[in-house]
Design a protein around this ligand. Structure first.
Ligand code: BTN
Length: 266
């Protein structure tokens, strides 16, 4: 049953629970008016031994986190922020963030593209992001899949590139409506990934690959100790394990670490 205080998310929580609980018997959907970060909250619970599958939505995050130690800023009503946590045991974890991005894009709109490895893109602008973390609970791995989606455009001051908003594609869509669309498909995609890995998602990903054919520069994130030189070349699709293929002047490089930043060149 969806465990949640009365909130604008109650109906959506019920929809997601109904869509997912048959496949996940102890599944619950929880809505918090406020939390530091839904990922941090589920990671704390996992480290305290709680391994039940849960989708945790926050109406407001005080300290949302993005990849590579970045902040994830969101304003109540203008964004959807939630995390899905569950025990998972895939043979190979590579490509999980791609499978997650694909399930979100498929559930939302045909025009959304995917920028390897974790971003949802609309017309070259970031519409959403995915932050995946794992913890050990006993002898199992517990995965936390955090999703942040922009629904309405925030003020763009200080941002190098203006973000995109889901309301550009789906005018008037609210955070609960967006959650109701993506929650069930996301649970199904993560469970499928646990059973079959990235393979069943590869073709779908390729159809939404925003980088293919673009000149990209793959580099360690700003401030990280540079262990490798940056790679520059043409993005040439995705390997079977979800690695980004980059055609350089001399060879095809497989980029598999998520600790890189990939920038399309103008
Ligand atoms: C990124 O693009 O860097 C990933 C952003 C992920 C943001 C979501 S919002 C819900 C969940 N809680 C967090 O603190 N982060 C993720």
């Amino acid at each position: 049953m969806a465990a949640s205080p009365a909130s604008s998310f109650s109906g959506a929580a019920e929809t997601v629970w109904e869509a997912a609980s048959a496949q996940l018997p102890d599944f619950s959907v929880e809505v918090l008016p406020e939390v530091d970060s839904t990922n941090s909250e589920l990671m704390r619970r996992a480290r305290a031994g709680q391994a039940a599958p849960v989708l945790l939505v926050a109406e407001h995050q005080r300290a949302g986190r993005g990849r590579m130690g970045r902040e994830w800023q969101s304003r109540p009503g203008d964004s959807l922020t939630f995390s899905l946590g569950l025990p998972l045991a895939p043979e190979d974890w590579s490509g999980l963030s791609l499978a997650v991005g694909l399930s979100l894009a498929d559930a939302l709109h045909e025009r959304i593209l995917l920028k390897w490895p974790n971003d949802l893109w609309l017309d070259g602008r970031k519409l959403g992001g995915v932050l995946i973390e794992t913890a050990s609970v006993g002898d199992r791995r517990y995965v936390v899949v955090g999703v942040g989606l922009n629904l309405a455009l925030p003020p763009a001051e200080g941002l190098a590139t203006a973000p995109a908003a889901l309301t550009e594609l789906l005018p008037g869509i609210t955070a609960p409506e967006a959650l109701a669309r993506v929650g069930g498909p996301l649970v199904r995609a993560v469970l499928r990934f646990g059973d079959a890995g990235f393979a069943p998602f590869r073709t779908g990903y390729e159809a939404r690959d925003a980088l293919r054919g673009r000149v990209v520069r793959v580099a360690p994130p700003a401030g990280a100790p540079a262990t490798d030189d940056a790679v520059e070349g043409t993005a040439s699709g995705i390997a079977a394990n979800g690695a980004l293929l980059v055609q350089t002047a001399v060879c095809i490089k497989e980029v598999s670490s998520s600790e890189v930043s990939v920038r399309p060149q103008a």
